[in-house]
Write a protein that binds this ligand. Sequence first.
Ligand SMILES: [Zn+2]
Length: 181
Amino acid sequence: MLCPHCNREMDKKHGRYRYRESGLDNVWLKDWPMFVCRKCRIKMPLISDEEQMAKEIIPRLLRTKARLNGDSIVYLRKALGLKTGELARRLQVHRGTVSRWENDKHTIDREYDLQLRLLVKDQIFPENRDLREDILRALPGLVSQPASPLVRPSMPPIVVPAEASSNEMPISGSVIANNDV
Ligand SMILES: [Zn+2]
């Protein structure tokens, strides 16, 4: 594998990678196989397929004991294959409400947070009863955060272990190595 910037041979390593390509800023790949350019410090993690990664990320996101932030809501909505207006209809809220959640203009209410998680669970992991239990168990954590405007819920890190990598190809968009700062 040659570095896309300087054309040098890259080193194959395992390491930590902040998987911003997911659209979430709190997803970390742990001990993950990747190519690294010693000169440019570019890291290219080996990621087989976005859909497979989503199957690893979504259950971890649904179990998060913190109110969903805007990026997470966008991520889950896309996983459901819904547009903003469609999600609004499913949750029986105004379309503008979903937009405000997604833009972190207003924190999602606890009830809708839970509804959204269960919607995703039922559609993407219909057979997974444990996940449903875990989501309900995460509920007290959701209560503790006030749904105040202009406060972006801080999401704890989601760590995806290397076992989840079936590493076929490096992802096309290369990322500067100090992306994890
Ligand atoms: Zn390079």
